[in-house]
Design a protein around this ligand. Sequence first.
Ligand code: SF4
Ligand code: SF4
Length: 246
Amino acid sequence: MDNFFSSTDTQDNTPLNAQYDNLKDNYEKIFIEAAESIRRELDSFKPENPCENCPVKDCKIEKKDIFAPYPPNCKYRDWQLQALSFLAGDYKQKLKAVYKNMMDKKNNYSCNKCAACCKLAASQYSYEQLKQRAFRGDKFSKDFISVFVPFDTEEQAKAVNPEYFELLNKLVEEDKIYYYYCPKLEGNLCSDYENRPDICRDFPHNPLKLLPSDCSYNAWRSEIAHEAMLLKAKVDIIDFYGSKLK
Ligand code: SF4
Ligand code: SF4
């Protein structure tokens, strides 16, 4: 299944895109909420008592759970296959609409031109790795290196925005993180505004992304935070179903 949270972001599924606030602590609760909601959808077309007329004798499956190892001629196996196509089809479309709605809400907010996102950007990839990814066709990496260059030292990056630097560091814990800045910034203004790439135009492009505290889109993130985490949990759960039921 497409991961809505990584489709436009090279930092897909990394801690850099994880919510850094209380919601992270609540993720278990949100994950259970998502799992129950999916389970309800699948139970709505679960067959009722198909075992009475079953051609397969003595299958010995006690608990008729969605993940049980049903044999090919079993009606519950049909249910599993139906569940797979439902999750990859109608349900995926439903989640896509939720995601779009969430991203559309961003239009209710506007950039306050603090330039914090131009002064300090982070990636789990080194500049060389980004160049290789761009060479292999990764659009985000291509856009990223078209504007950002690496800081010479971490101290320089930290000096730009110590609070954001610390939060990013805390988020990745043991992993390596690389810091970048855009040399096209003059004062707080973009010197190449008309030609700025999509990563600048669309920022923030991921509702789970940690933003600098000055960024006015933090209000958008707060508004949709629960919805975004719930959606992320559903996407992860659907991937799990896909790997278990195929
Ligand atoms: S190109 Fe302009 S908008 Fe994009 S990061 Fe650089 S200064 Fe900021
Ligand atoms: S950090 Fe947010 S508010 Fe500041 S310039 Fe970037 S997008 Fe605009």
